[in-house]
Design a binder for this molecule. Structure first.
Ligand SMILES: [Zn+2]
Length: 141
């Protein structure tokens, strides 16, 4: 089911606003590419993150910053992802894999990507990462 990305629920709009707000705090002095992410966990708590760069270009992406906050809070599942960038870019491959790690196998977890001029696109993590990297871990979960 594809929903009109502009037709957001009140809750979705509130989460997206958090991503917009945290984007303004990004430390992107080298690329000037500000990114904000807001991710809802299994307890309906929203965690935010922004990108943090350094001179060695080994910075942290906004999505992984938000996931770190989610994990540090004790949560373990992602239910909803929002991302705000200059041009509405989707998460990079590494971030897609990180998001998938905490989707509990649910390929339908929504990922909303918005540009700074308000263009919004709605994806699922399954659409963004159709051939996920998986293997049988020797560590019992
Ligand atoms: Zn990334």
């Amino acid at each position: 089911m594809t929903r009109d990305p502009q037709n957001l629920s009140t809750e979705e709009r509130a989460i997206l606003n958090k991503a917009r707000k945290v984007r303004n705090k990004a430390y992107a002095r080298y690329s000037e590419y500000l990114v904000g992410a807001a991710i809802k966990d299994e307890h309906d708590k929203v965690h935010v993150g922004c990108n943090v760069e350094n001179k060695a270009y080994t910075g942290t992406h906004a999505e992984r910053s938000a996931i770190s906050a989610l994990i540090a809070s004790g949560a373990r599942q992602i239910k909803f992802v929002t991302l705000v960038t200059r041009d509405g870019m989707t998460p990079c491959g590494d971030c897609r894999q990180h998001i998938w790690e905490f989707c509990s196998g649910n390929a339908d977890v929504p990922v909303l990507c918005e540009s700074e001029d308000g263009k919004l696109e709605r994806f699922t993590i399954g659409e963004l990462l159709p051939h996920v990297f998986e293997f049988e871990s020797p560590v019992q979960e």
